[in-house]
Design a protein around this ligand. Structure first.
Ligand SMILES: Cc1cc2nc3c(=O)[nH]c(=O)nc-3n(C[C@H](O)[C@H](O)[C@H](O)COP(=O)(O)O)c2cc1C
Ligand SMILES: CCCCCCC(=O)C(=O)O
Length: 389
């Protein structure tokens, strides 16, 4: 496989699989529990067919769109995904360079293995970055992270809201996932700072007084204290709290319903990302493409609605836009690109998606992304017949 020319994301994924060790491969690729949502994220795109228009003069196609006041080359950006150096030594810096060359924005995980300053430096002002935020039990650590991102030139905070607790990723537990000792989480002064446990909690976790409780057996083992996210996070107080500590745009990542979209609008967030964490959190939730239309209707143009989850082809980007998304994000694809060939592998992935999207626009009769509409889709019903939207 490795010697074959990689001509699609499916081929890139297959080639990347051969390069990664089992722990990394299964950490990156797995979903939670039975992986129903992981599979459905992809399958949802096949529940739509395209309705192309012809004789539309597609000799010149403009695939670009705007994000944070800047042009991006097409409506596809790189979602935050933890620990990219497991795939390749260039890690998030390699991803950032590839994104800068391709003209798309980057979301950086709180748990990146390159520092946020190094990552942003690669863009040299040409592209924008969002810092993904987990709100920790020790709020001060999250605050320090956000303020540091602001100084480093990030444009937005992506507040991840689908992870009050980590989903059950069985492979991570079985593999006893560990961050290899040569890698570090470089966005924290001291990864041990992210949680504060009382003496009682320490005892409850079987720890000795003054010592942190035992780490979990999955990816939560990357931090000495195990699960550290603040599960008390809520609409009533915490968007306001985040607003009080930063001037960056606040985007909420992990919305799947009209109700939460309305709350996001009411609480003044700047944008939302329809996401189920790539099928890694609550298994059995709707695919993101199925969740998208109700969220777009609820947002009613007041805030941008972005989507991630299961996007693997240019036609997937087109379908998400046709259903009202302003932009798409991909999590696993850049990791596969990195594993396959470092920065060049990520560039290849972005090139494949860009060319597929451009071809799809041309063959569907759309000269600009604004022309992509619901009229370009038809739904495949469960009995196989087709229904206009
Ligand atoms: C290995 C891996 C690590 C991830 N780490 C984070 C993270 O640190 N923060 C976060 O908000 N989302 C994280 N995500 C979720 C992605 O941001 C994104 O929602 C998801 O990957 C999109 O689905 P896709 O992989 O099908 O494109 C991670 C996803 C993967 C696969
Ligand atoms: C203690 C939280 C670890 C989260 C690791 C990154 C992530 O979001 C993932 O999906 O994996």
């Amino acid at each position: 496989m490795s010697n074959l020319e990689v001509l699609s994301i499916a081929e890139l994924e297959a080639a990347a699989m051969e390069k990664m060790d089992k722990m990394t491969r299964e950490y990156y690729n797995s979903g939670s529990d039975r992986e129903i949502t992981l599979r459905d994220n992809l399958a949802a795109f096949d529940r739509y067919r395209l309705r192309p228009r012809v004789l539309k003069d597609v000799s010149r196609i403009d695939t670009s769109t705007q994000l944070w006041g800047k042009k991006i080359s097409f409506p596809l950006c790189i979602a935050p995904a933890a620990m990219a150096k497991l795939a390749h030594p260039s890690g998030e810096v390699g991803i950032s360079r590839a994104a800068a060359n391709a003209g798309v924005a980057v979301g950086l995980s709180s748990f990146s293995t390159s520092s946020m300053e190094d990552v942003v430096a690669q863009g040299a002002g040409a592209i924008d970055y969002a810092i993904q935020l987990y709100v920790f039990q020790n709020r001060k650590t999250s605050e320090v992270l956000v303020r540091r991102a602001e100084r480093a030139g990030f444009k937005a905070v992506f507040l991840t809201v689908d992870t009050p607790y980590l989903g059950r990723r069985i492979n991570e537990v079985r593999n006893r996932f560990k961050l290899p000792p040569h890698l570090q989480l470089l966005n924290f002064e001291n990864p041990g700072d992210v949680a504060v446990y009382s003496e009682n909690e320490t005892k409850a976790h079987g720890g000795d007084k003054g010592k942190p409780p035992a780490a979990g057996a999955g990816v939560d083992s990357i931090l000495p204290q195990g699960n550290v996210n603040d599960a008390s996070l809520n609409w009533e107080t915490d968007i306001q709290w985040l607003r009080s500590i930063t001037k960056l745009e606040i985007w909420v990542k992990g919305i799947l319903t009209a109700e939460d979209t309305l709350l996001a609008v009411q609480h003044g967030v700047d944008g939302i990302i329809i996401s189920n964490h790539g099928g890694r959190q609550l298994d059995g939730v709707t695919s993101t493409l199925d969740a998208l239309p109700e969220c777009v209707a609820a947002a009613a143009g007041r805030i941008p609605v972005h989507i991630d989850g299961g996007i693997r082809r240019g036609t997937d980007i087109f379908k998400a836009l046709a259903l009202g998304a302003d932009c798409c994000w991909v999590g696993r694809i850049p990791l596969w690109g990195l594993a396959y060939d470092g920065q060049a592998g990520v560039e290849l992935a972005l090139k494949l998606l860009y060319e597929e999207f451009k071809l799809c626009m041309s063959l569907a009769g759309c000269k600009s992304v604004k022309e992509i509409s619901r009229d370009h889709l038809i739904r495949v019903k469960t009995d196989g017949t087709l229904a206009r939207l």
